[in-house]
Design a protein around this ligand. Structure first.
Ligand SMILES: Cc1ncc(COP(=O)(O)O)c(C=O)c1O
Length: 338
């Protein structure tokens, strides 16, 4: 099958998965005509200045020292952070079961990985919070913390930052890109950690694989970023990042996020078992069914696809593009199941 045929074979399921735009052009409809905007560096008038000004405007919105636009996912932001704040041979503390980019970043930087483990939350079958007592920071140059986790478990980043006296703190907030835009969501790390990485595509309506690297220390990440980036950046994707941030920060964007949160609060009033710290990740379980059985039931009987499942629970991912219709279908389904 050709790739185009694969894309045309549209999934008819109700998706509670990434990407979060729900296959709709609601943020940046200029990309309907992607070829028109696909120019090379040399064809535009001073694109570098335009990009750095857009990034500076973004950093004002987020309250960071610098915000870099990434067109190769949070993966590239994590690698860049480690390359920026370490030297060959330094020790970097990472979660043993973290995303592969954490392990690869340490390897690429020529550093020595030191591992920590997270307890498993027995009630939900998911990795629990990272707390300062879990992290032995002696002799550690940088530590990477994943918050929120895939399933929406959020760590106290302020507490962890306090413990990081001589250690750079890198927060993988790939799944928390909506946090800076609502007080009803957990606090974002963007103003706390030395480096915070967010995937716009996962929850904030961005196109695959748009993401952000926020820097809050005095180090310059641009050199490391240029080592792993192509010299032919995609300006349509970069422009979509700027439009995405402006949308999230706009009245319209904030209203739509608030509506999503209200709908989710409403969903939580039904008689079902909900878990996690982040309401946009619907972590559910049902007595008498394993997480895998619940996931299978949702898929087979109700056409609903979840994002991640374990032995005990299953997680349905919502984002800024999750519309009322989808949530209403889920609400009715959960009522039937309960
Ligand atoms: C926790 C976590 N961190 C980082 C990444 C990498 O993000 P991206 O796909 O934007 O490169 C992922 C992707 O699934 C992830 O789950």
């Amino acid at each position: 099958m050709s790739l185009l045929a694969l894309l045309r074979k549209q999934n008819r399921k109700t998706l509670f998965t990434t990407p979060s735009h729900g296959q709709k052009f609601f943020i940046f409809n200029k990309l309907r005509n992607i070829y028109k905007y696909d120019i090379s560096e040399t064809d535009a008038h001073d694109p570098q200045t335009a990009l750095s000004e857009a990034e500076k405007r973004a950093s004002k919105i987020y309250g960071t020292k610098y915000t870099h636009f990434l067109t190769n996912g949070s993966t590239s932001g994590i690698i860049t952070s480690v390359l920026t704040c370490t030297n060959k041979g330094d020790k970097v503390l990472i979660w043993r079961n973290s995303h592969p980019s954490h392990h690869n970043a340490v390897k690429l930087a020529g550093c020595e990985p030191v591992f920590y483990d997270l307890p498993i939350n027995k009630e939900w079958g998911v990795p629990d919070r990272t707390t300062p007592d879990i992290l032995n920071l002696n002799g550690i140059k940088a530590v990477i913390v994943t918050s929120p986790t895939y399933e929406g478990i959020v760590s106290d980043i302020k507490e962890i930052k306090k413990a990081c006296k001589n250690t750079y703190l890198i927060v993988d907030e790939a799944h928390g890109a909506l946090y800076p835009f609502s007080d009803k969501l957990p606090e974002s790390a963007v103003k706390i950690a030395d480096f915070t990485i967010q995937s716009l595509h996962k929850t904030a309506g961005g196109l695959n694989p748009t993401a952000l690297l926020h820097v809050n220390c005095d180090l310059d990440a641009s050199k490391a970023l240029s080592m792993i980036n192509t010299t032919s950046p995609s300006y349509p994707l970069l422009a979509s990042i700027e439009a995405n941030i402006n949308y999230l920060n706009s009245k319209r964007g904030r209203k739509s996020l608030n509506e999503l949160i209200s709908n989710l609060e409403e969903l939580h009033t039904i008689n079902f078992n909900f878990g996690g710290d982040d309401i946009t990740k619907i972590l559910i379980k049902k007595e008498g069914l394993s997480g895998y059985e619940l996931s299978k039931k949702l898929f087979k009987e109700f056409n609903i696809e979840d994002e991640k499942t374990n032995e005990i629970s299953t997680m349905l991912l919502c984002g800024i593009g999750t519309d009322d219709k989808k949530l209403e279908k889920l609400r009715k389904t959960l009522i039937k199941l309960s």
